[in-house]
Design a protein around this ligand. Structure first.
Ligand code: AGP
Length: 586
């Protein structure tokens, strides 16, 4: 998704903007650009990476952008910032201006000349149209005409300020001394300041060297809380790891532990509901599927799990339901739309997200934060295990509140949950063996991941990780379903990764393993039981423990398998092609 940055102060705006843009690279982009105000207004923008920008001007006020194309192909002319006709105003935009066609027609009739195919360019021309010597006033008037989702930052060559707006796209402000920052995400300016204002939808912001004023769309001042960020820029850097994804895989013991500790202090999880709907996308959806198994097992309450992009267009059929929205970024457009719909129709809504103050938190009744720390790699890893631990905790606590489980069962479950970080640590030492397996499978064209019960969603997640970063076609299947179609694709040496915990599905999945072995598949078994080695080509042995918690260690194996396979193939692991970290468009 697009990334926005802005700076006003005493430092080199060029340095701050380029460094900040680099820290937003994880969002995915196909072009980049910078506008700096000095004696004039200078712009450099290009298709390609930030490093290819040739910024031979500087100043102490400017804005920057990384673009992830939605309207118009990725090329130089469609890159941001955009200028008005007079070359006095520059804007950067993240989101979609839904009414840009009618606005553009109106502006063209008035003589404005457009150079790009984007929706964003109208914003520069609209501000120009309303400008009568007061940039702030023109900005307010222009914004009042926009429909859609937008985070916008704008500068004018003759006024020393940045005007910005947030509406359904992320925007945060960093406060400094005689300098201020804005960005789509906190890591962009964290090396300069830890004092942050999180803007809400419908807020407009005026930044000068010495103050930041926030207003609603009518121009009324809004008082904002200043948050102090506890994590450091090192948390958002690679710290010697070759890729963010690998670092984030190895951070999972800490991420799970921190998440658990934050949950221990919550005493507001005794919610009233007859059934649960979980709504999410991608990896978060897989966490939701594991949550379904865990909640149904412990609470005996029906749980339905939906892709947000499907759910938001379904008729509402369930009342007195709790809707749980899972989104690591808190910015996924479809998940937010589902939250808004269910909240307005009376369901209790609970968001599980990793980003403090992210958009989804504005649209739900309750928020459970995962404390995974910033996740930069596009492939979700530590946020997934942090989501899982949150769902387990929620289920165990709710079962206790409802008197469904005995205090002994409760203690045993909590004790197993507390051991999860340690078990993941024990798993991570197996990285070298997993790397060897990755080397064997790296030339495969197709792969299968199979599991049952709790580990069926983990098979789905393993397949998603594999295809997302290695580009090998991979499918996750409930192991019992193979014989209903996919078995036709099993032939000599097709890798099948089988999750085989010693639970009630153990014997069944061994039968499924025999089915694929008989057709010469190359079977990698993941299990805590040594005897599994008799049925598979390779056993990756995970630590023994309550199989109810096996998803945690199993998924770590699959994350590492995908990581090393992608590494052998020389893929861009942290920024896979066509993908973005937060998907703020439908
Ligand atoms: C995960 O590896 C993917 N990059 C993707 O599926 C992601 O989980 C999905 O886009 C949902 O994102 P969210 O959790 O931020 O809502």
């Amino acid at each position: 998704m697009c990334g926005i940055v802005g700076y006003i102060g005493f430092r080199s705006a060029k340095d701050v903007i380029l460094r900040s843009l680099k820290r937003l690279e994880y969002r995915g982009y196909d072009s980049a650009g910078v506008a700096i105000v000095n004696d004039g207004l200078n712009v450099e923008k290009k298709k390609g990476y930030i490093d290819s920008l040739k910024v031979d001007f500087d100043g102490t006020l400017g804005i920057g952008h990384t673009r992830w194309a939605t309207h118009g192909v990725p090329d130089d002319k469609n890159a941001h910032p955009f200028l008005d006709c007079g070359g006095n105003i520059a804007i950067v935009h993240n989101g979609i201006i839904e009414n840009y066609i009618s606005l553009k027609e109106e502006l063209v009739k008035k003589g404005h000349k457009f150079i790009s195919d984007t929706d964003s360019e109208v914003v520069a021309h609209l501000i120009e149209e309303y400008y009568r010597g007061d940039f702030k006033d023109a900005f307010f008037r222009a914004i009042s005409r926009l429909k859609g989702s937008f985070a916008i930052a704008a500068v004018h060559r003759s006024e020393r300020k940045i005007m910005a707006v947030k509406h359904e796209s992320p925007l945060v402000i960093g406060l400094g001394d005689h300098e201020n920052f804005l960005a789509s995400d906190i890591p962009a300016f964290l090396e300069y300041t830890k004092r942050v204002i999180v803007l809400k939808d419908g807020e407009i912001c005026e930044l000068t060297d010495d103050f930041v004023h926030v207003y609603d769309f009518e121009g009324n001042p809004v008082s904002k809380e200043v948050q102090h960020i506890k994590w450091s820029i090192e948390d958002a850097e690679k710290s010697g790891y070759e890729h963010f994804m690998l670092k984030e895989i190895f951070e999972q013991p800490r991420a799970v532990d921190d998440t658990l500790h934050a949950l221990f202090s919550r005493n507001d999880l005794n919610l009233d509901f007859d059934r649960i709907t979980i709504v999410a996308c991608g990896t978060s959806y897989h966490a939701g599927l594991v949550g379904k198994y865990v909640i149904e097992e412990l609470l005996r309450v029906p749980v339905e799990v939906y892709y947000a992009s499907e759910y938001r267009y379904r008729p509402r059929v369930v009342d007195n339901a709790l809707t749980i929205l899972i989104t690591q970024s808190g910015e996924t457009a479809d998940t937010i739309a589902a939250a808004r719909r269910d909240k307005s129709s009376g369901n209790i809504t609970l968001a599980i997200t990793n980003v403090v103050g992210s958009s989804i938190t504005n649209y739900v009744d309750k928020v459970l934060y995962t404390n995974a720390g910033p996740e930069i790699g596009v492939a979700a890893t530590k946020t997934f295990t942090a989501q899982l631990v949150t769902l387990y905790y929620f289920a165990i606590e709710s079962a206790r509140h409802r008197g469904i489980i005995s205090s002994t069962t409760y203690e045993n479950l909590m004790s197993s949950l507390r051991k999860v970080p340690h078990n993941i640590e024990n798993m991570l030492v197996m990285a070298t063996q997993i790397m060897k397996e990755a080397e064997k499978i790296r030339k495969s064209k197709n792969m299968f991941f199979i599991g049952r019960g709790l580990n069926y969603p983990i098979a789905l997640e393993g397949a998603l990780k594999m295809k997302e970063i290695s580009y090998i076609h991979a499918e996750g299947y409930p192991a019992g379903e193979l014989k209903h179609g996919p078995l036709a694709l099993i032939e000599n040496n097709v890798p099948v990764v089988a999750l085989i915990p010693p639970d009630r599905t153990y014997e069944k999945i061994l039968s499924n393993v025999k089915e694929v072995s008989a057709r010469d598949a190359y079977v990698i078994g993941i299990s805590s039981k040594d005897e599994v080695s008799r049925y598979v080509d390779t056993l990756i042995k995970v630590p023994e423990g309550d199989p109810f918690f096996s998803p945690f260690v199993n998924v770590v194996v699959l994350q590492l398998l995908a990581y090393y396979t992608a590494k052998f193939l020389g893929r861009e692991i942290d920024k896979p092609r066509n993908l973005a970290k937060s998907v703020t468009v439908e």
